[in-house]
Every structure is written in structure tokens, then in C-alpha cells.
Design a protein around this ligand. Structure first.
Ligand code: NAD
Ligand code: USQ
Length: 401
């Protein structure tokens, strides 16, 4: 199949593109490279060095003999996006191209506005482009488990059957997200559902949990095929951060009591879920939602697991929680749709954690240890004047620290 991957230069987009290409699909990547510019803004860099786009596709061609197309397109540029869709005319579009850090979106007003503008406008542009070019194109959109928040009832896959005062209906699952970033995903989901209902588009919304890991069968074939690995407190996600902190001899930073439970998924399974979604499209008019996670853990449980597996002495510190979130709550998520399509998950094991420790030690010299500490508080920017350096990704100043 012909697949267009928006955001294909990112942590997930690049290994997914390789996985799809390896599986025989014809892949084109579009990315504005804004994520690389945000590294400059924050004064950090991926723990593992990443090659330039040209080097990446050339390396893949050398290693596999397969071609991946590449273009520099901002999804917020509606005309450029529609031209791209008309030129490539894909069977499926995978949309990874969003600002994806919750702390970044909570830095101040400008970062909240940038996040919602980039994400909501980009997705709206994509819905219009699909409707104009070919409504048969299958949209596969990366959503987030954090859209649901932590309700006191089971979390269904996107939809909820309700009975109220003797009548029944099927409604979108009520959402209570925990950051302006996660809210942008909720707005996207509503816009996509509307476009499926009104224009009969076909869409799959993948409400994914927190991803961990760095290597896939394709990325290990050449250094130039490696994907990014974020360790800093703005873009680094919790399990990746704990593993890197343990490898560097730094304390593992548990926010609050650590009783927060989240869904998790191995990077290799993310790539496979995307392949399954591409090869099993939604029907015309269907807004299909999959909860894309394989296991749930509390943050404290993950810290203890990483500390046990790391042979060196590891300290776990409990920090005053910079976020506003429940630290003790019910959490039970339905996630049967992807296994029903054939997903055979890689569950978190000591071997997975052990395999990442040497990688982190190998690149330890690239780490700015101060960037490991959380500096963005959910309540921090409210009622205070904006920092002069907090202008968003075009700025090259260190923001928020
Ligand atoms: P990432 O930041 O590494 O990659 C996103 C890519 O999209 C970057 O290469 C960036 O340059 C590009 N991009 C952003 N805005 C763009 C725009 N306007 N036009 C063109 N390109 C643009 O993020 P990731 O971790 O690979 O996440 C990809 C998607 O998966 C995001 O939508 C994210 O919300 C979702 N997700 C990620 C995780 C996770 O744990 N990493 C978990 C659940 C969901
Ligand atoms: N946490 C710590 N210590 C840390 C970092 C995080 O205790 O050093 C805690 C946070 O307080 C939170 C949990 O770990 O309770 C998860 O935080 P995270 O930064 O790993 O994940 P989150 O901010 O939710 O965002 C990440 C991705 C985002 C994706 C989301 C999936 O950045 O793109 O949407 O995971 S989910 O969490 O399921 O919504």
C-alpha cells in the first residue's frame, strides 16, 4: 500500500516508516523538522545522535535496497499539505505530526497556544485535504490514552454505551485530560469523528499509552537509522527517563507519591500496531478508536523495577509533583481491538530494560544533567508575567529553565 507518514522524522514516525517499508509498503515521509528546532530552543538534544533526513533515507536504501520518499512540509500549511496528498495519493495517511510534550504545552500561554494551533489546525487541514483529494484515504491518527484522564469507571475503546432515564445511546467516551497538549488530542478526536459522520471519511484514532524503548529490527541495522531518545524533563517520557537516570547514576525522579497508573507500550509494538491499522482500514464513515497499550504500571512500580534490574546502586527520589494529577486512582482500560487484529505484544521484561542501559551509558557524555530535573509546573506560568525567552519553537533561547 502507499502510505504517507506525517511526522516521520520523530521518535515514533521514523521507526514506523522503516517497519512499513520493510513490510513492502511504499512509504513517503513529510515533516517540517520542527522537533529538531525545539531541541535548539530547549538547549537539549536526543541522547542518541540522529542522522539528517537525507542521511536517513540514503542509509535505508543502502541497507535494504528500498526507497522512502521525503519532503519538508508543515501540516499547518493547508495548500502545501493538499498538494502533497494529491501528488502522493496514498491509501493511508499516518498522522504523527504534532507537538507531543505535556510539559512543553504547560510552559506558558505561548506554548499552550502553539501546541493547540499546531495540533488542531494541522489535523483540520488534513481532514479537508483528504475530503478534497480522495475521501477514501484512510486517516490513522495518533491520539493519546491521556485524553481519557483517570475516570472512576473502566475506559472503553473510544465509545461508551449509556442508558439514561430509560433511553440508550452510544456516545464518545467522556474525556478529562491533564494538560493543554492532551486537550489538543481531544479536540482532534472530536473533529475527526465529525468529519467521518458528515463527509463519510474513514479514520482510526489510536489512543496510545506512553512508549518506551529505542531499537527495532530495522533501526539496529545502521547507526544512521537510529531514532531519537529523549531524556530531558520536557520531552523524555517516564520509563525511558528512569532507565537513562539509572544508567547515569542519577536518582530516579518519581513525581509525587508515584501512584499514578498509565498504559505503556514497547516501541516495536507501536510500529506493528501502525502496520495492522494500515492493512485493516476502517470502513467509510467509521470513526474507529483503538486503545494502543499493552500493560499498565504505576510510576512507583516502574521506578522499583528499573532500580532492581540495574546492577549498580540506584536511588529513587520522590519530588514534589510539578503536575496536577491524581496520584491514587482506579485505572482499568479495555484494549482488545489491536490483539484481535493480530498484535502479539512484547511485554516489559528485565531484558528490555537491560538492553537500554548500555545504550544510555554509551552516550552519557551527551547528557545535560540539569535538564533531567523538572522545571515546568502546571500552575507555574499562571498569574506571572511571561518569560522573555518563552516564545515558542522559533526561539533559540533556553525556555523554561
Ligand atoms: P516527536 O516529537 O518525536 O515526533 C513528531 C514529529 O512531528 C517531529 O518530527 C516533528 O518535527 C513533526 N511535526 C510536528 N509538528 C509538525 C507540523 N506542523 N508539520 C510537520 N511536521 C510536524 O513525537 P513522537 O514521540 O514520535 O510522537 C508522535 C505522535 O505520537 C504524536 O502525535 C504524539 O502525540 C503521539 N504519541 C506519542 C507517545 C510517546 O510516548 N512518544 C505516546 C502516545 C502518543
Ligand atoms: N513522571 C514521573 N517522573 C518523571 C516523568 C514523569 O513521575 O520523571 C510521571 C508523570 O507525572 C505522569 C507519568 O509519569 O504521571 C507519565 O508522564 P510522561 O511524561 O511519561 O507522559 P505524558 O506526559 O503523559 O506524555 C507522554 C508523551 C505523550 C503521550 C503520552 C501518552 O509525551 O506524547 O501522549 O505519554 S499517555 O500518558 O498515555 O497520555
Amino acid at each position: 500500500m502507499k502510505v504517507l507518514v506525517l511526522g516521520g522524522d520523530g521518535y515514533l514516525g521514523w521507526p514506523t516508516s522503516l517497519h512499513l517499508s520493510d513490510a513492502g509498503h511504499d512509504v513517503t515521509i513529510a515533516d517540517s523538522l520542527v522537533r529538531r528546532r525545539i531541541d535548539t530552543e530547549l538547549g537539549v538534544r536526543s541522547l542518541v545522535p540522529i542522522a539528517s533526513p537525507d542521511e536517513r533515507v540514503a542509509a535505508w536504501r543502502e541497507v535494504s535496497g528500498k526507497r522512502i520518499g521525503w519532503c519538508d512540509v508543515d501540516v499547518c500549511d493547508a495548500d502545501a499539505l493538499q498538494d502533497l496528498l494529491a501528488t502522493v495519493h496514498p491509501d493511508a495517511v499516518i498522522h504523527f505530526a504534532e507537538q507531543r510534550s505535556a510539559p512543553y504545552s504547560m510552559m506558558n500561554r505561548e506554548h499552550a497556544v502553539y501546541t493547540q494551533q499546531n495540533n488542531v489546525v494541522g489535523t483540520l487541514n488534513l481532514l479537508y485535504a483528504i475530503a478534497e483529494v480522495d475521501p477514501d484515504i484512510h486517516l490513522i491518527k495518533l491520539g493519546s490514552m491521556g485524553e481519557y484522564g483517570t475516570p472512576d469507571i473502566d475506559i472503553e475503546e473510544g465509545w461508551l454505551d449509556v442508558e439514561y432515564r430509560g433511553r440508550r445511546d452510544r456516545v464518545l467516551f467522556p474525556k478529562r485530560p491533564g494538560s493543554f497538549y492532551h486537550l489538543s488530542k481531544v479536540h482532534d478526536s472530536h473533529n475527526i469523528e465529525f468529519a467521518c459522520r458528515v463527509w463519510a471519511l474513514r479514520a482510526t484514532d489510536l489512543n496510545q499509552g506512553v512508549v518506551y524503548g529505542q531499537s527495532t529490527a530495522q533501526t539496529v541495522q545502521d547507526d544512521r537509522l537510529e531514532t531519537r531518545f529523549d531524556y530531558d524533563a520536557v520531552f523524555g517520557t517516564v520509563l525511558n527517563r528512569f532507565i537513562i537516570q539509572a544508567a547515569l547514576g542519577e536518582p530516579l525522579t518519581v513525581y509525587g507519591s508515584g501512584g499514578q497508573v498509565r498504559g505503556f507500550i514497547d516501541l516495536r509494538d507501536t510500529c506493528e500496531c501502525l502496520r495492522l491499522a494500515v492493512e485493516n482500514p476502517a470502513d467509510r464513515g467509521e470513526f474507529r478508536v483503538f486503545n494502543q497499550l499493552t500493560e499498565t504500571f504505576s510510576v512507583a512500580q516502574l521506578a522499583r523495577t528499573v532500580a532492581r534490574v540495574c546492577t549498580d546502586e540506584v536511588e529513587i527520589v520522590t519530588l514534589d509533583n510539578p503536575r496536577v494529577e491524581r496520584e491514587s486512582h482506579y485505572y482499568n482500560v479495555v484494549h482488545t481491538a489491536l490483539p484481535a487484529l493480530g498484535l502479539r505484544p512484547h511485554l516489559l521484561s528485565d531484558t528490555v530494560i537491560e538492553s537500554l542501559l548500555p545504550l544510555a551509558r554509551q552516550h552519557a557524555h551527551r547528557v545535560d544533567r540539569q535538564a533531567l530535573q523538572p522545571a515546568i509546573r502546571w500552575t507555574g506560568a499562571v498569574g506571572r508575567p511571561l518569560a522573555a525567552d518563552g516564545r515558542g519553537p522559533q526561539s533559540t533561547d533556553a525556555a523554561g529553565r
